[in-house]
Design a protein around this ligand. Structure first.
Ligand SMILES: Nc1ncnc2c1ncn2[C@@H]1O[C@H](COP(=O)(O)OP(=O)(O)O)[C@@H](O)[C@H]1O
Ligand SMILES: [Mg+2]
Length: 247
């Protein structure tokens, strides 16, 4: 079953026509990777799903209901309320606040740490041990990889149905990318539905069940990750195009 479906989605930002008919399916309980070169439209696609940009044509459907497009646009808070969480490229964490305060702010239903779901917190500590270790430290003092993990943990502090994660490996040293992959593999084992934007094909291969490749505001290839990983001519055709200088 597809939890999220984009059909013929066009998005304009001001006078610019950025998405030109995006067709994308995100199957429930799987990790779908969205690849593509810089400027291909990946972030715009995530922002359109969240209702931060409005689709001018086409439709975004989540669990069978319209959430985006001229036929039925929901507001961003309504979309978040349905259980879709967004981890933006800029991560959106508060450097002056502690790890604990950052997580508390992300917990809609808790006013104090005592009100947070302790079972869920322990589960998050299991996924991201650094959060427990640096619980009372300012988030700004964490390493780049730990900040990424905090930003993903913020999105998961309450149960979600779909996680949208934008380029978590961006700017991380290779050794730290390994930690990030390990944490995201744990997340994957929980069968959370994830749409993950990535430029690093190594990360994409390690995590993805499905893959969609974007270029110029369109999906130019979609299919199984194993199939793409095993087929060099497909990779050359689509990843040469999509990853450019990154590989
Ligand atoms: N706020 C904006 N105003 C104008 N153009 C934008 C804006 N945001 C993105 N774009 C343009 O939209 C295109 C797609 O950008 P983006 O979705 O960020 O690509 P990606 O995430 O794949 O690198 C790029 O050409 C970019 O310059
Ligand atoms: Mg981007």
């Amino acid at each position: 079953m597809n939890l999220l479906t984009l059909s013929g989605v066009h998005t304009h930002i001001g006078a610019y026509h950025i998405l030109h008919g995006v067709d994308l399916a995100v199957p429930a309980g799987q990790v779908t990777m969205l690849l593509g070169r810089n400027g291909a439209g990946k972030t715009t696609t995530l922002r359109t799903i969240m209702g931060l940009w409005r689709a001018s044509q086409g439709s975004v459907r989540f669990d069978g209901q319209a959430i985006g497009g001229p036929a039925g646009q929901r507001s961003t808070p309504e979309i978040a309320q349905l259980g879709i969480a967004y981890v933006p490229e800029s991560m959106g964490i508060f450097g002056d606040l502690t790890v604990r305060e950052n997580l508390l702010l992300a917990a809609r239903h808790a006013r104090s740490v005592e009100q947070m779901d302790t079972v869920r917190l322990e589960w998050l500590f299991g996924l991201f041990p650094a959060l427990k270790k640096f619980w009372l430290h300012p988030a700004g003092k964490l390493s780049g990889g730990q900040k990424q993990m905090l930003s993903v943990a913020r999105a998961m502090v309450e149960e979600q149905r779909l996680l949208l994660i934008d380029e978590p490996s961006k700017g991380l040293a290779p050794a730290i990318v390994g930690n990030l992959i390990a944490a995201l593999r744990e997340l994957k084992s929980t069968k959370t539905t994830v749409l993950l934007v990535e430029q690093n094909f190594g990360v994409a291969k390690a995590l993805g069940d499905f893959v969609a490749v974007m270029d110029d505001g369109r999906i130019v290839h979609s299919g199984g990750m194993a199939e793409l990983a095993a087929d060099e001519s497909l990779q050359q055709r689509f990843l040469g195009l999509s990853l450019g200088a990154h590989q």
